[in-house]
Ligand binder design. Structure first.
Ligand code: PLP
Length: 412
């Protein structure tokens, strides 16, 4: 455990007011962190403080409140930039979420740059938000979408990569960690391969960024997207990282106020980065709150979180191995984030989630916005549990007890 600090989830939970809540009289066991994480008090307080003490629009006035709001909002960009090792805070564009960030690249880069015959390479593991925008471009521009397959366990089939990459490949857009299987993909290797054919690479870090330290310089990616709400931040705020030369050369995505330098009745010129991509009044309180979430993550330490999650996962896998009637998806023994998807034969995942909810246990059931992957692995739906820094082994034990109860109730 060199230089790692053992985290105490019972202490950490005290920072999260939601755990004071009871669900049907029972303590909340929140295992849906891949969908969204809970918020520490500091993030909640930051939003409250903004509206109570600062609330003003940014960039448009000289008065004190507006100045303070502008400074805090810009500082939040700097915190994100430092968190992912970007060279400049101007490479960070605040958006609503990872989905909007991918759309920004599809419209701002793809719409003008791609032409018939060009190819975009995705994997079949992608979240719908990294498939559907590219399908839109395919239909508008006549580009071809290619998909890297997974093996029967759900690992990316890297042997097939060379056949999918060619000088026609203009962009490779890949998920860093799967929201269904938890597998962490070898994005650095894929980026290196993509660079050999001159393709740009977008990394969807929505699931990885709350769990794994990321350095965009080390990865060598061109774009990276994430959502604030999956990393302890508020909803309605996310970001796009893009290399500044690329962002400079791209077209805006949304047009209007704040993203311009000058406007005549005839034409407009664009503001400097990142404002060129942040049209209209942004989510100021949310952006500041995201910065505070990053402060919190830095204080706890992502490597400490990853270590603790690994212990939790090992415990969960050990306990699940006592339940032979549970089918767990994803490669065994590989490094993964704290996500486990499973099914119990003969019981619909929604029914399992319903019984768990009766006991105060929040899990996700369904297709997890990854229908192509689910189909490839031979299922339509699954139950997904996903851990974060406030989850405990005791909660895992309670989950296992209730799953035994589920099996008994449904008589399978
Ligand atoms: C891997 C991945 N990418 C993208 C998204 C989209 O995130 P959002 O809905 O916040 O835009 C998600 C959400 O679950 C995800 O898991």
């Amino acid at each position: 455990m060199n230089n790692l600090k053992r985290l105490d989830p019972y202490e950490i939970r005290k920072d999260f007011p939601i755990f004071e809540r009871k669900i049907r009289g029972k303590p909340l066991i929140y295992l849906d962190n891949a969908a969204t994480t809970q918020k520490p008090r500091s993030v909640i307080e930051s939003e409250k403080r903004f509206y109570e003490e600062i609330n003003a629009n940014i960039h448009r006035a000289v008065y004190t409140l507006s100045y303070e709001a502008t400074v805090l909002y810009e500082e939040a960009h700097k915190k994100v930039a430092d968190f992912i090792g970007a060279k400049s805070w101007r490479e960070i564009v605040f958006t609503r979420n990872a989905t909007e960030s991918i759309n920004l690249v599809a419209y701002g880069w793809g719409l003008r740059r791609l032409k018939e015959g060009d190819e975009v390479l995705l994997t079949i593991m992608e979240h719908h938000s990294n498939i559907v925008p590219w399908q839109m471009l395919r239909d508008l521009k006549g580009i071809t979408l290619r998909f890297l397959d997974v093996d029967s366990e759900g690992r990316l089939d890297l042997d097939k990569l060379p056949n999918l990459l060619s000088e026609k490949t203009k962009l490779v857009s890949i998920i860093h960690a799967s929201n269904v299987l938890g597998v962490i993909n070898p994005v650095k290797y894929i980026i290196n391969e993509a660079k050999k054919v001159g393709a740009l690479v977008l990394v969807d870090a929505a699931q990885s960024i709350p769990h794994i330290p990321i350095d965009v310089g080390d990865l060598g990616c061109d774009f990276l997207v994430a959502s604030g709400h999956k990393m302890l931040g508020p909803t309605g705020i996310g970001f796009l990282y893009g290399r500044s030369e690329l962002l400079d050369s791209m077209d805006p995505f949304l047009y209007g106020g704040d993203m311009i330098e000058t406007v005549t009745l005839d034409k407009a010129t664009w503001n400097e980065l990142p404002w060129k991509f942040e049209a209209g009044t942004p989510n100021i309180a949310g952006g500041i709150g995201l910065g505070v979430a990053i402060d919190y993550l830095n204080k706890i330490g992502l490597r400490n979180i990853a270590y603790m999650e690994k212990e939790l996962l090992d415990h969960a896998f050990a306990r699940f191995s006592d339940l032979p009637w549970i089918e767990v998806y994803g490669p065994k023994g590989d490094e993964r984030i704290g996500v486990i998807s499973f099914n119990i034969k003969g019981i619909h995942p929604h029914d399992i989630a319903g019984v768990l909810d009766e006991e105060g246990i929040a899990v996700r059931s369904g297709h997890h916005c990854a229908q192509p992957l689910m189909r490839r692995l031979g299922m339509d739906n699954a139950v997904r549990v996903s851990f974060y820094l406030y989850n405990t082994k005791e909660e895992v034990d309670r989950l296992v007890d209730v799953l035994r109860e589920v099996k008994r109730v449904f008589g399978v």
